[in-house]
Design a protein around this ligand. Structure first.
Ligand SMILES: [Zn+2]
Length: 481
């Protein structure tokens, strides 16, 4: 037990030396709030405390005494009949004391830092602000702006400051900028620290706390209204619809009484909600049929949603590879050609879309051809597994893919245009199986790859756990209703 005290103290000292700056910043906030509290105390008291030893140091010193006192009543010196429970208690109280000591050490370090480097001045960037004006307002001249903006690695980021972001200046008593913090977001800041020669910059990122959150809803009129009522953001609703969108057409198939429930992540930083994370597990009941999806990341780091038995929630092909405004010509083996006015089969679907709308690869595969062909204009052919070839014609521009290059589903391969024989900007899309043209709008699309055999055991574990958690939440909710 006696050993524990020096060990704890050394640990704190070591940690102080190695403290990343963001901790020091946090500590300086603590110190600032302590100072703030002191200002609220009756003035006599404040004077006394300020004139004596500054509060953080005072607290730090008294802590050591407390720790020593605790040390004198160690289990080895007291009754041999001490219960396990008591041992736990004293261990946990030592832990608490250590934590307290650590917090006070931090506060002291922050106080020292403030003495040496100056106080932080916070400036929120407004539209029309520029670096020179912002620095000038802090009494810093153009040469400082130049120096900071030329800091290796991150100096140039200051040329892109945007309204709503902030700058925090720390200027010492000699009027020298000792530290600058460029706060890009709650999770991302760049610190500029003064050194003998100019400044050194580093990026500091914080990771938010992730809290799994449950939500459920029943649809009366639309998915959007129901999910809004359930407290889901628009993004999360889009994601939910995206997961089940391969099985359920959210425009045509939704009925009153359809329901959903899900567990998703919410991101917090110091108790404040920053936003939503991923949907972990969700189920959707549409016209009496329930679909369940589990998010799973495999050992290669690839993440996707799967059914409880490990099938992909996705199809191997997108139904439409472009966000279109209307279908301008359907698959029709007996069509009169619009340019030649002769009977020519239309062996694909035409999707009218604004010029340069991205055209996406319908499925994973390899580029068979990307270039110019008479009639098709700029055209891309993609070879997929199982002898499927997809064709994307009349592009205004190609994305510069080379023959044999791998493409992923959803990857942009070209941009909508009217090259070749076309009367207006549109995508002519073909779906060929074993060389035979099939109707892209109705052809049965194969499922995307299921969970690999080698991943199945690990997936099953995850799947069962997530479904159990989802069910438990929904039962708990029912019980309280
Ligand atoms: Zn066409």
């Amino acid at each position: 037990m006696n050993k524990a005290i020096p060990r704890g103290a050394t640990r704190i000292n070591q940690r102080l030396k190695q403290f990343p700056r963001r901790h020091l910043l946090l500590a300086s906030t603590i110190a600032a709030s302590i100072m703030g509290l002191m200002a609220l105390l009756p003035s006599g008291d404040v004077e006394a405390k300020r004139n004596e030893i500054p509060m953080p140091i005072d607290a730090f010193q008294s802590q050591e005494t407390t720790t020593e006192l605790t040390g004198s009543s160690t289990p080895s010196q007291s009754s041999p009949f001490i219960s396990n429970n008591d041992t736990d208690k004293s261990e946990s109280s030592i832990k608490e004391l250590e934590q307290e000591a650590e917090a006070k050490a931090l506060a002291k370090a922050a106080y020292d830092l403030e003495q040496r480097l100056g106080k932080w001045h916070h400036v929120t960037i407004k539209s029309g602000d520029n670096l020179s004006v912002l620095f000038n307002n802090q009494g810093l001249n153009a040469s400082v702006v130049y120096q900071v903006a030329n800091t290796p690695k991150y100096g140039e980021t200051l040329a892109r400051i945007r309204p709503g972001e902030s700058l925090e200046f720390r200027i010492n008593q000699e009027g020298i900028l000792t530290q600058l913090r460029y706060v890009k977001s709650k999770l991302e800041s760049i610190f500029f620290n003064r050194e003998d020669e100019g400044y050194r910059a580093e990026l500091v990122t914080l990771s938010p706390e992730i809290r799994p959150t449950y939500a459920n809803g029943t649809i009366e009129s639309s998915l959007f209204l129901a999910s809004q009522k359930a407290g889901l953001s628009q993004n999360l609703t889009m994601e939910l619809a995206g997961i089940f969108g391969w099985d359920i057409d959210f425009v045509q198939d939704i009925r009153s009484g359809d329901s959903f429930n899900l567990l998703y992540e919410e991101k917090y930083l110091e108790g404040e909600k920053l936003g939503d994370g991923n949907i972990l597990v969700a189920s959707f009941t549409n016209q009496g049929q329930t679909y369940t999806a589990i998010r799973y990341t495999d050992s290669n780091g690839d993440t996707d949603y799967y059914t409880p038995d490990g099938k992909s929630m996705k199809k191997a092909f997108l139904r439409t590879p472009v966000d279109f405004t209307r279908i301008s010509s359907r698959f029709n083996p007996n069509r009169l050609h619009p340019v030649f006015k002769t009977k020519r089969p239309h062996r694909g679907v035409d999707y009218a879309a604004p010029m340069n709308t991205p055209i996406k690869a319908a499925g994973d595969g390899r580029v068979q051809f990307s270039g110019w062909q008479n009639g098709f204009g700029n055209v891309v052919f993609i070879q997929h597994p199982n002898n499927v070839v997809t064709v994307y014609a009349h592009a205004n521009k190609l994305a510069g893919l080379k023959k044999g290059q791998k493409v992923r589903q959803g990857q942009t391969i070209a941009y909508v245009g009217q090259t070749g024989w076309a009367t207006g900007p549109h995508l002519h899309y073909e779906f060929r199986v074993n060389g035979v043209h099939r109707n892209p709008m109705t052809v049965k699309l194969p499922d995307a790859a299921p969970i690999a055999k080698s991943e199945m055991a690990s997936f099953k574990k995850r799947s069962e756990l997530m479904i159990a958690r989802l069910e438990k939440q929904s039962e708990t909710l029912l019980a309280t209703q």
